[in-house]
Design a binder for this molecule. Structure first.
Ligand SMILES: Nc1ncnc2c1ncn2[C@@H]1O[C@H](COP(=O)(O)OP(=O)(O)OP(=O)(O)O)[C@@H](O)[C@H]1O
Ligand SMILES: [Mg+2]
Length: 461
């Protein structure tokens, strides 16, 4: 019996929305896309870092003002900030277009709530950017723990001017986090655009990232318990739901594009907060079904159709959610070349297991030591399999995923039997469960494919 047959009751809601699961779920294939730098070693056969277009790399003419020549603006206005940041950028026209698109999301709230810090203030807060106050380092640059004069604990992310990520991501992050507010998104306290410094100041998340608690843990580690894992998945899904569902806030959908374990930060109560909005993109509006962009994201997490065509939809994020949820269930990293060759790719490893109920338990993280509800495991695997379907149109919306996770975590009770649509214990003939399993992943590496032919609204930077 396939995984989707096992997900009843709460998942019926999900299935009832016309997103019935697919048998192969997770055929996924090697969503081989440019990968972001993380502090973890990259897979050997994957690019080590996000492959940014060359013009995303540091430019000599990009903000090379003399250090200390001017202090950051105190003008709490996004438009002024944009002017400051893009003014002398070599890609200023493109950066302005990107900024205008984001600012157009919600003109009424286009005010900076984040505070402008000077370099001196952040240097003081982080003890002079000491190595021992470093929390980690990603593609943007190092992240330091700090404390502001008023006692607020912060994480200061410093743009590495020699690094691969740049002005545009700084700008997008500040704009997006100024316009988007939700308990499941990290709060941007401020930024520093003082002279040629570019820094982001976030609320400090005492438990670090989900990656820290989930992946590459020693066998003796206790790891996260099942209930905690499901709550983290639920919180992260709610964050995505807020971004995708324009009815929850003014403006068009926002596609996050970088959903992965290291970008899910955990507060002191292990509540999930999405971070890193530098790759976020305003989604399609009106009759548009997708936006065409350069393929950006992280190796392994990126939806296959996006990696192949550059056509971005909210379903790309749903696929990434399916990958992370599978990591949460299995404790396995999506790409892990330290494992035997046939286990390098988690989605490929899971595909045959999704089809056989007898093998479901093989997928539970050994660190759980069997402490999970069997039905809950089946349901969680079903959600992940549905999100990982190769056919993006067969994936559930993130709102449906949230509903299923609410049920799984006990937030929502199943509707009484009389109101329930009848569960389908055996697949109906037209049900995608009966479709043939996903074809084996294409060996073609999307990175080697020619760029999308369609007009790119991300063509530079
Ligand atoms: N607000 C925060 N509070 C506490 N720790 C944080 C915060 N932001 C980032 N970190 C820590 O810094 C690390 C590096 O974060 P960063 O987002 O720069 O890189 P990454 O997510 O690992 O990689 P990538 O650049 O590909 O997103 C995180 O894994 C996390 O441990
Ligand atoms: Mg990150």
């Amino acid at each position: 019996m396939g995984i989707l047959c096992c997900f009843q009751s709460g998942a019926d809601k999900l299935l009832d929305h016309g997103h019935g699961g697919g048998g192969g779920g997770g055929g996924g294939g090697p969503a081989a896309v440019p990968s972001s730098t993380t502090k973890k070693p990259p897979p050997r056969d994957a690019p080590a870092v996000t492959v940014r277009p060359p013009n995303l790399l540091r430019r000599d003419d990009d903000h090379q003002e003399e250090e200390g020549a001017r202090s950051s603006s105190n003008n709490n206005n996004l438009a002024t900030l944009v002017d400051e940041i893009v003014a002398e950028s070599a890609t200023h026209q493109h950066n302005r277009r990107v900024a205008d698109e984001i600012l157009g999301m919600n003109k009424e709230e286009a005010a900076v709530t984040a505070r402008a810090f000077t370099f001196a203030e952040l240097s003081e807060a982080s003890g002079g950017f000491r190595v021992d106050s470093m929390l980690g380092e990603g593609g943007f640059g190092p992240v330091y723990r700090g404390r502001l004069r008023d006692g607020t604990e912060v994480a200061v992310k410093q743009l590495d001017r020699n690094g691969l990520q740049g002005t545009r991501e700084f700008l997008v992050e500040v704009l997006m986090l100024s316009l988007l507010k939700h308990p499941q998104l990290v709060t941007l306290i401020g930024y520093c655009a003082d002279a040629n410094h570019r820094m982001l100041v976030y609320e400090f998340m005492p438990q670090g990232s989900l990656e820290d608690h989930l992946l590459d843990l020693p066998p003796s580690s206790r790891g996260l318990d099942w209930a905690m894992r499901m709550r983290i998945a639920q919180g992260a899904a709610r964050g995505l739901e807020y971004l995708h569902d324009a009815s929850r806030r003014p403006g068009p959908p926002v596609i996050y594009r970088d959903f992965k374990a290291s970008n899910i930060l955990l507060d002191g109560c292990f509540r999930a907060h999405l971070s890193d909005f530098g790759l976020a993109k305003v989604g399609p509006v009106g009759d548009k079904t997708h936006v065409s962009t350069r393929v950006m994201g992280t190796y392994g997490y990126c939806a296959p159709e996006y990696a192949l065509t550059g056509k971005l939809t909210t379903m790309s994020d749903v696929y990434s959610f399916g990958v992370v949820f599978l990591e949460i269930i299995t404790g396995r990293r999506v790409i892990d070349t330290s494992r035997p060759r046939d286990e390098h790719n988690l989605v490929q490893w899971a595909a045959p297991r999704f089809k056989s109920k007898k093998r479901f338990r093989e997928m539970a993280d050994p660190l759980l030591r069997g402490a999970y509800p069997t039905k809950g495991l089946y349901q969680a695997l079903a959600i992940s399999a549905m999100c990982l379907q190769e056919d993006a149109t067969m994936r559930p919306s993130i709102a449906d995923v949230v509903t299923a996770l609410d049920y799984l975590t006990g937030v929502a009770k199943p509707s009484p039997p009389s109101q329930q649509q009848s569960p389908s214990p055996s697949p109906s003939p037209t049900h995608p469960q009966q479709q043939s399993p996903s074809p084996s992943p294409s060996p073609t590496h999307p990175q080697q494919q020619s760029p999308p032919k369609e007009e790119e609204d991300d063509a530079t930077d």
